[in-house]
Design a protein around this ligand. Structure first.
Ligand code: ITT
Length: 204
């Protein structure tokens, strides 16, 4: 029987990426639809603490190893905002396109447009142990949204070394360069140890 891993996210865009990024691992990948009672904790303003809280809560509630991420877009001209508040930027009335438009309006045309996506990924095991990894994707903000792939701020983010937005890349291309891909790549050895039953209990 395959070892099971719970992907603890309510964001369908992230979930699709996790599934693709982990497709070559030995796990049976479950998502929160398998645990309808499970609610992820409210989030604060620290990626690391948020990722750990989500993964630990999901692992405790399900009895399974659980993977969660906390991520966001950091805009240099806005002092790193919206950062860990990216999902809630502009208030609860906005959808993803509304948040994108709000950000473009706040930034205005031209000027300093450097930005980066940041992702902290946490793996929590039922024995209480924890693995945490970080991934970053540098780039700049476009002046108008372009493309339909991906999710969130992808239509206005142009990754370094590319001439189109993240939302104009194929999913497989995004999954080679994204902040989430980098964090997961770094976590792979720990995931393989877990799959082989070799995980020790140290917190690393
Ligand atoms: P879960 O907590 O259920 O995983 P969430 O969307 O609330 O889902 P976060 O609090 O980590 O997750 O918010 C991350 C937000 O940052 C996300 O909603 C997007 O707005 C943005 N974001 C993160 N990664 C992104 C990516 O790869 N592409 C575009 N936007 C991204």
């Amino acid at each position: 029987m395959k070892p099971r891993l719970l992907l603890a996210t309510g964001n369908s865009g992230k979930l699709a990426e996790f599934r693709a990024l982990l497709s070559q691992t030995p796990f049976e990948l479950l998502d929160l639809s398998a645990f309808p009672e499970l609610r992820l904790p409210e989030e604060g303003d620290d990626y690391r603490a948020n990722a750990v809280a989500k993964a630990q809560h999901a692992s405790r509630q399900s009895g399974l190893p659980a993977l969660a991420d906390d991520s966001g877009l950091e805009v240099r001209a806005l002092g790193g905002a919206p950062g860990p508040h990216s999902a809630r930027y502009g208030g609860p009335g906005l959808d993803a396109r509304g948040r994108v438009n709000r950000l473009l309006a706040e930034l205005g045309p031209g000027g300093e447009r450097r930005a980066r996506f940041v992702c902290f990924v946490a793996l929590a095991l039922p024995d209480g142990s924890l693995r945490l990894r970080r991934g970053v994707c540098e780039g700049r903000l476009l002046e108008a949204a372009a493309g339909d792939a991906g999710f969130g701020y992808d239509p206005i983010f142009q990754p370094e070394g590319h001439t189109v937005s993240m939302a104009q890349l194929e999913a497989a291309q995004k999954n080679r360069i994204s902040h989430r891909a980098r964090a997961i790549a770094d976590l792979k050895p720990a995931l393989l140890e877990l799959a082989e039953g070799r995980n020790d209990k140290r917190v690393r």
